[in-house]
Every structure is written in structure tokens, then in C-alpha cells.
Write a protein that binds this ligand. Structure first.
Ligand code: RIB
Length: 302
């Protein structure tokens, strides 16, 4: 089966370019409307596959145009779709405004994503994967079941939510931005380590920080670029991180590195990939391929 199994959401993204994101109660006019494949889970599965890992995706899609759009995009990226189920609900939808400075705001209608459960076959794939990666746009019970069955579980706790000790007990590596970090551990980043053994906090243009219980904090600086659209930058980071960690662990029983050089290198590669993704618009269309990531990695770090 696949080295990386992503359990998560898939959405049709309706993207509205605006001068700036509207304030509460305000109406603004968009410069157009585009429709494309996205969803945190789908973006992360594509990022893992494009960066070189054998990747399977566990998700629920509707029997509609949106489902076809997503199947085509995921299939083209080389993601194994045998664990994608068809729901009686429509495919999830996200309304995304992207401002001129590249920042965005996103509202998601989960629809089919809210019906996702783990089938026997999906559970088997989760047990056999080197790395299982999930986010929080699907039911908590499904995330919990995947976490409990995984040998190495990476949770991207997005969108921000308060999380139970029961779930966090199964998390090997937490990936969060600063807002999500605060929802899990409070204002002090180091407090995350009271709840999980290792965490990576992404800091946007500033890069990322690695926190582990048995080593000092490591800062990985951002890679300066011209920002067009930050949508899916965090997803690109998570997918590439999981793929790179999977490549560093030889078997399922050799758990992936949560400390040391391998984790730092994986965060650097993920960071480079995220910096490439923000230079292109859209979610899945912005996710870079492994050769491009590695060429840029060599320029930045070697
Ligand atoms: O992280 C970006 C993603 O969030 C978008 O593709 C959108 O679908 C939402 O899930």
C-alpha cells in the first residue's frame, strides 16, 4: 500500500480576487470568479504525491461535477483514489477571497466531507502506511480513528480547534500555524510540548519553528519570494513534510524521525515547497513538483 495516507477533505474552491478582504458588514466587488480543485486534504495528498511519495487519499466526494473535478486533479497528480468514497451529499465547497497582497479568507461548506468514515479497507491502509496525515475539515471521530490506527500520525490541526487529550495522545507530530497553535496550547508555543511530543509551527513568510521534547527549538527561516496567493501554502508544507519524512523512514516499524537532522531537512524542504506555492494562484494548481522543489532546495541550502 501507500507510504503516505492522507485522511481529509476535498472541496471545489470558488475563488474571488478582491482588492482587500471585506470587513464584517462590508460588501466588496471581486475581479472575477474561478473554480478549481482544493480542500486541505486533497491539497496535501497532491503535495505528497507530487513531491515523490506513494500516496493514497481517504475522502468522500459527491456524485457531481465537483467530484469529477477533484478525481481528475488528484488522479493526474498520481494519488491513489481507491479509498475515495462517493457520498449522497454534494462535494464540499470553499468560498475563498484572495486579496492583492496574497492573503486570503476561506469559508467551507463541508457537505460530503462531513460524511467521511473509515472503511475496513481504509483502516488497513492507515495501519500499513509509514505516515498518516489528517486535518480537521472532516468529522473528529474519523480523525480519532485514523490517529489510533496509525504507526506515525501527523495532525495538521487546521482549521483551528480545541483538541481533546484523547486525540492528542496519538499525535506524533503536530503541524500548526500560530493561530492554530494558540487554540491547542495557549499563547506560549512551548506549551504545545505538554500535549504532543513534537510540533512544527509555521510562521508564514518567517518560515517555521521545530519544537521537540528532547532538543532545543530550531528556527527554519522563510525563503523570500513575491507572493501572489497564499492559498494551500500550509497544505503544500504538510504534504511535502509527510512525503519527506516517509522517505527518511525505511519501514513502517522504523518510525519517522521526530527529532534531529531528518526532521530539520524535511521542514526545510517543506518550507521551500510552500514558498514556491505562494507564487502561483489557486490551491492544487499551485502545488509544486518534486524536481522543482529539489532544484530550489539546492539553491537555498546547498
Ligand atoms: O488550505 C486551503 C484550503 O482550505 C482550500 O483549498 C479550501 O478548500 C479549504 O479547505
Amino acid at each position: 500500500m501507500a507510504d503516505v495516507v492522507v485522511v481529509g477533505s476535498a472541496n471545489v474552491d470558488l475563488v474571488l480576487p478582491v482588492q482587500r478582504i471585506p470587513r464584517p458588514g462590508e460588501t466588496v466587488l471581486a475581479g472575477g470568479l474561478t473554480r478549481g480543485p482544493g480542500g486541505k486534504g486533497a491539497n496535501q495528498a497532491v503535495a505528497a504525491a507530487r513531491s515523490g511519495a506513494s500516496t493514497a487519499f481517504v475522502a468522500a466526494l459527491g456524485a457531481d461535477d465537483g467530484g469529477t473535478l477533484l478525481r481528475d486533479a488528484l488522479g493526474e497528480a498520481g494519488v491513489d483514489l481507491s479509498l475515495v468514497s462517493t457520498s449522497d451529499q454534494p462535494t464540499g465547497t470553499a468560498i475563498i477571497t484572495v486579496a492583492e497582497d496574497g492573503e486570503n479568507s476561506i469559508v467551507v461548506a463541508p457537505s460530503a466531507n462531513a460524511t467521511l468514515e473509515l472503511s475496513e479497507q481504509a483502516l488497513r491502509a492507515v495501519r500499513e502506511a509509514k505516515i498518516v496525515l489528517a486535518q480537521l475539515e472532516i468529522p473528529f471521530g474519523t480523525v480519532q480513528a485514523a490517529a489510533a490506527a496509525s504507526s506515525y500520525f501527523v495532525l495538521n490541526a487546521a482549521p483551528a480547534a480545541e483538541l481533546s487529550d484523547e486525540l492528542l495522545a496519538h499525535v506524533d507530530l503536530l503541524v500548526v500555524n500560530e493561530t492554530e497553535a494558540e487554540a491547542v496550547g495557549g499563547p506560549k508555543l512551548s506549551a504545545l510540548l505538554e500535549r504532543v511530543p513534537a510540533a512544527v509551527v509555521t510562521l508564514g513568510a518567517e518560515g517555521a519553528v521545530i519544537l521537540t521534547r528532547d532538543a532545543a527549538e530550531i528556527r527554519v527561516p522563510g525563503v523570500p519570494v513575491e507572493v501572489v496567493d497564499t492559498t494551500a501554502a500550509g497544505d503544500t508544507f504538510c504534504g511535502v513534510l509527510a512525503a519527506t519524512l516517509a522517505a527518511a523512514s525505511t519501514t513502517v516499524s522504523t518510525t519517522a524521525p521526530t527529532t534531529g537532522r531528518d526532521l530539520t531537512n524535511a521542514v526545510r524542504r517543506a518550507n521551500v515547497a510552500a514558498s514556491l506555492s505562494v507564487q502561483t494562484g489557486g490551491a492544487i494548481p499551485s502545488v509544486p513538483h518534486g524536481e522543482v522543489i529539489d532544484a530550489r532546495y539546492a539553491e537555498v541550502y546547498l
